[in-house]
Ligand binder design. Structure first.
Ligand code: BGC
Length: 871
């Protein structure tokens, strides 16, 4: 493999101190410093994790959007995740990025985390194993993945300030384990630290974490970067082991660092260590042969769509299916109801968000299924009918695509940038004019030669022609100040009396709204006047300031909620007209986003009432929930057929329809437990920053470890998921392949899996290990997931012998022994439970560990996987 010509030690010897310091921070949002005289290029980094956005939050180049990570967690499919990782590697090349900022492998301690959708699972083995596959896929394209955020960034509330107080045992067994597994198997070339403190010290300047655990104990020799604006010190961060401060312009690594070096607070040889890490990254990045500052392009290929559709459909979890209501028939008439049916909830919000090549709504997916048949009928008629039932948005739907540019009628609007306000200069002339479709503009990385600094002004102009007469609501959300006019009339004022909200990563206002009556068919001029963040009247205390701020414009026709429900119930009751009914509810990126946690676990107001009423009228209605993390489902006992879908990426709508109509037989399992109520979850009393800290009071009993241990049934347990067929597992044989070194020892499992139903289907096997019942020193969870395996499609009646890849004996048996600061594989009799789909489909076997052994370090890969990124 071709490497760059840079000789790290030779470059280091020739660097001036200023150059060394400059290499230790970004130069902008997404690039490292180049030293052309020594042949050191600039490296591009890009978010992650569910797509590659490239270098622009603002008006970015569209990209492939994968299902969110909880959706990928639900697939329990390492091969699929590896393939998707490879797709991300290819997408990185299209965006000129050498480093991908993902996967996210924090842990969903509870259901409310604003970024919960971004991590795979509440279980560290599922999370770490899928993260390793993700990294291997990315690395297959010679791109460098960046597992993030190390560690305990499991909530958004006061995320840069909060002190996560966690026992060593929980830190090791739950929160660090995903990183340990991913690093052991895939050896990624980079890591990102978290914003928060862990037990009193910010992760980005914690020598125990970065130096003692990551570098010394795990032997990590890749690069450690801070999260964006998550470096908080000069000397402490550098001495602890933080190589790269992101983004630029640097706060800490200019003259301040030179000062620290000259005053001997930081030794030059320590600076050299950090520079070596950056140069190693540069060297590793060269493998991808991506030119420096490459242009960003799209690669929207049919093969990409096919893979994304597979991922979307294979992530949908069948939670209930009484009376075999599912799958539906495309030949029958279908009524589709609900707030999530006609919108594309394709990804969560924040830095994971990106403009997708295209999106599909559940309604489109369902219509696509019926399309061929509808047009072949004589006379042709639409077999699918939609009624709204309720709205589910928190902020009004984006207005951009509902507008037409005044100049040429194209979908979208005209965006103009000025360096002066209208008041300063009524004759001002725009320095930049763009045609845009998205009416959410986050300006952090907007650049224009005439725009200097963060203070500038923007106008947005588009024509709106309503299809129906009625009251229309418009909304304006800003980090800055804004006014919205319709035909010259001020409809929304977000300039006087501004309120603090959570928008734009926590620095902006809530959405301010105004209502105006409009007439169908008439064209209205919508005009927005916006001033960037420095014009804001809010006193925002937030280290993550993201410069010039942003503006978001929304709009929708007002509906009368009671009438909308009545209409849905009326149609659903009409069994003569509609053979089958699908209700689509859920959340979207307004509700689940980086920057804030959800205040409660409920669906948006009106959704529960809609589902209750429709189910009362129509017991066989199928309910589809789209969310990245659990929601309360008070109507769940009323349902007969229930699907959990997620933010499914470009192909979300088609993926849901594939499962609804049986083109894909679901095999997915929940990667998170869904509690009945929020109060039932183990983090309930400790899930926000109070007095600057959050206590990880549930200790190692996260998610199912808690429900199992106290013998309480959540609404749906981790690992739950049905199929349209049935399976039986039998003949489990467990062999211990022991070796003197515990880390090389393994467990091998062989069993037979049979498809006992009448449809082809894939089966997911979950391997749990229960500790010895006589274990002495510590209480342990009843059983813990230690491996999983997806058995590819089995035909009806087919039976197959399955040999699982070897499982590390150390991983399968150990807990963290706080007395010895080491993992302990305790002697005793353990039980393996292999859990398949369907009640009672579990086979068990015991095995013995004869001697207690302690160990530390990475586990490596006992299954012999060969992809090795950072060799
Ligand atoms: C997020 C990171 C992300 C970075 C760059 C931060 O706000 O926490 O996950 O990679 O921004 O967008």
């Amino acid at each position: 493999m071709k490497r760059t010509q840079i000789d790290i030690e030779a470059v280091l010897a020739q660097l001036s101190l200023d150059e060394k310091v400059a290499l230790l921070a970004g130069i902008d949002g997404w690039h490292t410093k180049a030293i052309p005289r020594l042949g050191v290029p600039s490296i591009r980094l890009s978010d992650g994790p569910n797509g590659v956005r490239g270098t622009r939050f603002f008006n970015g180049v569209p990209a492939a959007c994968l299902p969110c990570e909880t959706a990928l967690g639900a697939t329990f499919d390492q091969d699929l995740v590896r393939e998707l990782g490879q797709l991300l590697g290819q997408e990185c090349k299209a965006k000129g990025a050498h480093v991908l900022l993902g996967p996210t492998i924090n842990i969903q301690r509870g259901p409310l985390g604003g970024r919960g959708f971004e991590s795979f699972s509440e279980d560290p083995v599922l999370s770490g194993t899928l993260a390793a596959s993700y990294c291997e896929g990315v690395q297959a394209e010679d791109i460098i993945p960046t597992p993030k955020h190390l560690v305990c960034n499991d909530q958004e509330h006061e995320r840069v300030a909060v002190n996560s107080i966690v026992t060593d045992r929980a830190l090791r067994e739950i929160y660090l384990l995903p990183f340990q597994i991913a690093l052991g198997r895939a050896r990624p070339g980079a890591l990102m630290t978290s914003y928060n403190k862990v037990n009193g010290t910010h992760a980005s300047e914690d020598p125990r974490l970065l130096r003692d655990i990551v570098r010394r104990e795990w032997g990590f020799d890749g690069l450690i970067m801070s999260d964006w604006f998550g470096t908080y010190s000069v000397s402490e961060a550098l001495n602890a082991g933080l190589d790269l401060e992101m983004p630029g312009m640097s706060h800490f690594r200019g003259p301040c660092l030179i000062h620290a070096i000259t005053s001997n607070k930081v030794k030059e040889h320590v600076v050299d260590e950090r520079v070596r890490s950056v140069l190693r990254l540069v060297q590793l990045a060269a493998r991808a042969q991506i030119p420096e500052m490459a242009p960003e392009v799209q690669r929207n290929l049919p093969a990409t769509s096919a893979l994304l559709r597979r991922a979307a459909s294979e992530s949908v979890v069948l939670l209930k299916n009484e009376d075999h209501i599912l799958p539906l028939s495309p030949a029958k008439t279908t009524l589709v109801i609900g707030p999530n049916a006609n919108i594309a909830a394709y990804c969560g919000g924040g830095s994971a968000a990106l403009p997708a090549y295209y999106t599909t709504t559940p309604l489109e997916g369902i219509r696509n299924k019926a399309a061929a048949l509808s047009s072949s009928l004589s006379p042709p008629r639409d077999l699918v009918t939609f009624t709204q039932g309720a709205y589910g948005h928190k902020e009004l739907p984006l207005l951009g695509e509902q507008l037409r540019a005044p100049e040429d009628g194209r979908v979208g609007y005209t965006f103009r940038v000025y360096t002066e306000s209208k008041e300063q200069n009524p004759a001002r002339v725009a320095v930049d004019t763009l045609h845009m479709t998205s009416s959410s503009a986050f300006l952090m990385d907007y650049v224009h030669p005439e725009v200097k600094g963060d203070l500038y002004y923007i106008t947005m102009d588009g024509n709106f022609t309503p299809a129906e007469t009625g009251d229309y609501e418009f909304g304006l959300t800003v980090a800055g100040t804004g006014l919205l006019y319709v035909d010259g009339e001020l409809v929304v004022d977000n300039k006087t009396n501004q309120r603090q909200g959570t928008s734009f990563f926590g620095i902006g206002t809530p959405e301010e709204r105004g209502v105006i009556h409009l007439t169908a068919g008439q064209t209205y001029a919508v005009h927005v006047d916006y001033g960037t963040a420095p014009t804001s009247t809010l006193k925002v205390k937030n280290v993550v300031s993201f410069g010039p701020g942003g503006v978001r414009v929304g709009g929708a026709r007002r509906i009368e909620p009671a009438q909308a429900v009545e209409e849905a119930v009326r149609l659903a009751s009409d069994t003569a007209s509609f053979d089958q009914v699908v209700v689509c509810v859920g959340l979207n990126s307004d509700w689940e986003s980086e920057g804030f946690d959800r205040p409660h676990m409920d669906l948006p107001a009106g959704s529960d009432a809609l589902v209750h009423r429709v189910l009362a009228a129509r017991a066989d209605a199928v309910v589809v929930v789209q969310s990245g993390t659990p929601v309360t489902m008070p109507w769940a006992p009323q349902t007969k057929a229930l699907l959990q879908a997620w933010y499914g990426g470009n192909e979300a709508g088609n993926g849901i329809a594939d499962v609804l109509f049986g083109d894909v037989n679901p095999a997915a399992k929940l990667p998170l437990s869904f509690p009945v109520t929020l109060a039932q979850n183990p983090s309930y009393l400790n899930y926000r920053s109070e007095g600057g800290r959050v206590l990880y009071g549930e200790d190692v009993y996260v998610g199912y470890r808690y429900y199992d241990s106290i013998g309480v049934q959540p609404l749906f347990r981790f690992g739950h998921g049905l199929s349209y067929t049935s399976f039986a597992a039998s003949g489990l044989a467990v062999t211990v392949v022991d070796t003197p070194a515990i880390k090389a020892a393994s467990l091998t499992l062989v069993l037979t899996v049979a498809n006992t139903g009448d449809r082809a289907g894939a089966e997911v096997l979950q391997v749990y290990v229960a500790p010895p019942p006589t274990t002495t020193a510590v209480r342990r969870p009843v059983r813990e997931l230690k491996a999983f395996h997806k058995v590819p499609l089995l035909q009806p009646g087919e039976s197959r012998a399955v040999a699982l890849p070897p499982i590390s004996l150390a991983l399968a048996t150990s807990y963290w022994d706080e007395n010895r600061d080491a993992w302990l594989s305790e002697a005793g009799a353990y039980t393996v439970h292999v859990v398949g789909t369907g009640a009672g489909n579990t086979v068990s076997q015991t095995f013995a560990v004869h001697a207690s052994r302690w160990w530390t370090g990475l586990l490596g890969d006992v299954s012999g996987s060969t992809t090795n990124g950072h060799a």
